[in-house]
Design a binder for this molecule. Structure first.
Ligand SMILES: NC(=O)c1ccc[n+]([C@@H]2O[C@H](COP(=O)([O-])OP(=O)(O)OC[C@H]3O[C@@H](n4cnc5c(N)ncnc54)[C@H](OP(=O)(O)O)[C@@H]3O)[C@@H](O)[C@H]2O)c1
Length: 396
């Protein structure tokens, strides 16, 4: 390799962002950080800048940026500090960048992730909401710019590893009958629906196997995360929703599987640690040390599987239906979910009402063909306003 690959980490201060920097720090000869971005976590961003010396750091507010500039001056670190949404897009598409880790949470990550794809980068996609909102446009951008899209979600990364290297054009064409998307079932897997009414954000964020940001932790507890992943898998692997089976697997050791027409089922296994898919994405097609402990099958001892209960966890069904409906329906689902989860985390909405809000917004707002980004962004804004009203209704 002639020079270290230059990496932009969007959402550097989050769970995926910090795991990415952990892997990068193990391989200084291979990777050099070009840009790090955060929303408001200026102290964490400062220590990351001191350790990784990026050319550029990005924050959302000018006041935080001024604080960071002055702290960096004191620490004698020459990182330039930029502000706002356009700066996120700029560091994602900068001509000196080779790899972009898209790890901003939610719809806020769409434009920079799309910019990285349109600029033909190697895009490591953790921000599943980007594909959920605008899958057709995103995949088109990847193809037009000949970008390399590598899924970081552990399930999609597992499926990617179980598929032939060329897998575009539909599953059947490659002898694949079904994708088996595993789900831990979340912290409330065995709870009755009535008991779910009173769960707190702290309980919802205490995931049994994975340590993650708060929004995705709640999504895992409602199974909306699996619904978003089902949509994501449809786009990544040219699959119809009916070709994807969700399998609850409480140990989270099998990260997902591909079933072939000859009866073979290929699975990828590992400890539940996001540094494995992150290292895979960074080094692909090579393999590098991720700092992850070897899997001890004797300690795992058993692997269990069960069907998801869509009566207790309706978000999974809502997501599948939104994908079947197509157009802007997944963007509407995603926006309503983001608003409802935020209200739940702020203790303004009950856990079961998250799916009620999403269902009500999907019911109210007609989906349109998603031919342009503006149409998607309008549908997103409209759904957010409607969801705010429904949150008031359910709390009111
Ligand atoms: N965590 C996992 O294990 C995991 C697994 C698979 C997929 N994913 C996906 O990866 C993405 C990130 O998840 P996470 O768990 O790492 O989330 P997280 O811990 O909440 O981190 C989110 C990151 O995005 C930044 N951010 C938040 N809102 C922003 C905004 N409006 N504009 C710009 N930046 C913003 C945050 O900055 P501040 O720190 O300043 O708020 C932080 O750096 C999500 O799409 C999630 O679904 C995560």
């Amino acid at each position: 390799m002639s020079h270290p690959q230059r990496v932009t980490v969007l959402g550097a201060t989050g769970s995926i962002g910090t795991s990415t920097l952990d892997v990068i720090a193990r391989h200084p000869e291979r990777y050099q950080v070009f840009a790090l971005t955060a929303h408001t976590s200026r102290e964490t961003l400062l220590s990351q800048c001191i350790e990784h010396r990026p050319a550029i750091a990005v924050l959302a507010q000018e006041e935080d940026a001024q604080w960071l500039r002055s702290a960096l001056r004191q620490a004698r670190v020459a990182t330039e500090v930029a502000v706002g949404e356009q700066a996120l897009v700029d560091v994602a598409q900068d001509s000196s960048v080779d790899i972009v880790m898209a790890a901003i949470v939610g719809a806020a990550g769409l434009l920079p992730a799309l910019a990285a794809a349109s600029a033909g980068k190697r895009v490591l996609l953790a921000n599943k909401e980007a594909l959920v909102m605008s899958g057709a446009l995103f995949m088109q951008a990847v193809e037009t710019a000949q970008a390399t899209l590598l899924p970081i979600d552990s399930e999609h990364n597992a499926i990617y590893q179980c598929l032939p290297s060329e897998h575009r054009g539909g599953l059947d064409r490659h002898g694949i009958s079904q994708l088996l998307l595993t789900a831990s079932g979340g912290p409330f897997r065995t709870w009755p629906r009535e008991a779910l009414a009173t769960v707190t954000p702290e309980q919802a964020c205490a995931h049994p196997n994975w340590s993650m940001g708060r929004k995705i932790s709640v999504d895992s507890a409602t199974l909306m995360n699996k619904g978003l992943e089902l949509i994501e898998a449809c786009w990544l692997f040219d699959a119809a929703p009916e070709q994807i089976q969700v399998v609850v697997h409480p140990q989270s050791v099998i990260h997902s599987m591909a079933a072939y027409h000859d009866g073979s089922v290929l699975a990828q296994l590992g400890n539940p640690d996001m540094r494995t898919p992150i290292a895979y994405g960074l080094a692909w097609p090579e393999r590098i040390d991720a700092g992850v402990a070897a899997l001890d099958l004797f300690q795992v001892a058993r692997l269990d599987f069960e069907a998801p209960d869509e009566a207790r966890f309706p978000c999974l069904r809502l997501a599948r239906e939104a994908m079947q409906q197509g157009g802007t329906a997944p963007a509407i689902l995603n926006a309503a979910n983001e608003v409802a989860v935020e209200a739940f985390l702020a203790k303004r909405l009950g856990f079961n009402a998250i799916s009620d809000v999403v269902a009500a917004v999907l019911n109210d707002q007609a989906a349109e063909p998603a031919h342009h980004l503006d149409i998607v962004l309008n549908a997103d804004q409209h759904a957010r306003r409607a969801a705010q009203q429904w949150v008031k209704h359910y709390t009111g």
